[in-house]
Design a binder for this molecule. Structure first.
Ligand SMILES: Cc1cc2nc3c(=O)[nH]c(=O)nc-3n(C[C@H](O)[C@H](O)[C@H](O)COP(=O)(O)OP(=O)(O)OC[C@H]3O[C@@H](n4cnc5c(N)ncnc54)[C@H](O)[C@@H]3O)c2cc1C
Length: 217
């Protein structure tokens, strides 16, 4: 599988990047990221992995390949007519969302990170198209083997800024993070580092590359 850092290294010469971030980016595969609907630094701005998945190809039990992307009503009707695993998947999904959709929406709490796992509530997109990727993203390999993915990539930002703020206490930092997120500065991400982690980092070989961001005092 393609590893996330490999993908971004290949995209860099084109001025593009795959936005979902995670702390294991030097070893996490795209298939693993999609299957866990991974997200991390920058998710307030860029969302989760599923927000950047356009199409998937999945090998189902028995070897059949399932191609998934948002489908309009006419195409959905044709897919549901099929006498194979693809047909069964689309028929089941269509019936589920069309008969249980209201109940699902009423029962599940509104979560800003949506639901990781089978996200039934979003089987139909806002425009009504059926998208099986809402099930496949976050399904942890339980529905099939992801074989191919068409991903959304974005232009690499021209500028980046790091602002380092020091607080008297950890809770002060957490409280202020809320205010900072709501401020007009619109931070892409906020990372809170306590003194214990900082002390440990000082003994790590990475310290030399970041020490300048943590001046004495
Ligand atoms: C130290 C640590 C830090 C982490 N940090 C973050 C973080 O910051 N943000 C975050 O979102 N997550 C984080 N995670 C969890 C994160 O989901 C995984 O690190 C990563 O996304 C998994 O990718 P992987 O390639 O290692 O997949 P694996 O761990 O190998 O697999 C993960 C799941 O996906 C399934 N899977 C993998 N490939 C495929 C495929 N091709 N088809 C079908 N199913 C597949 C596997 O069956 C498994 O259920 C962290 C995990 C660890 C251990």
């Amino acid at each position: 599988g393609v590893v996330k850092d490999q993908l971004n290294a290949a995209l860099k010469p084109h001025g593009l990047f795959f936005a979902p971030e995670l702390s294991t980016s030097n070893r996490a595969t795209i298939g693993g990221m999609i299957s866990t609907d991974a997200s991390g630094q920058g998710s307030c701005e860029y969302g989760k992995t599923r927000d950047h998945v356009l199409e998937l190809e999945t090998v189902l039990l028995g070897g059949e390949r399932l191609h998934t992307r948002p489908v309009e009503e006419a195409e959905l009707a044709a897919l549901c007519q099929r006498d194979d695993a693809t047909g069964r998947a689309y028929r089941t999904a269509r019936e589920l969302i069309d008969t249980q959709g209201e109940l699902i929406r009423a029962k599940f709490p509104p979560l800003n990170r949506c639901l990781t796992g089978y996200d039934l509530a979003h089987l139909r997109e806002d425009d009504g198209r059926l998208n099986l990727n809402s099930l496949l993203c976050g399904s942890e390999g339980s529905l099939g083997f992801l074989n191919e993915a068409v991903l959304n990539v974005l232009p690499i930002p021209q500028h980046s800024t790091l602002v380092n703020v020091r607080y008297a206490g950890f809770m002060d930092a957490l409280r202020d993070a809320k205010a900072l997120m709501a401020s007009s500065a619109r931070p892409t991400s906020i990372e809170t580092v306590d003194d214990k982690v900082l002390m440990l980092a000082m003994q790590d070989f990475v310290w030399d590359s970041v020490a300048e961001f943590f001046p004495d005092g």
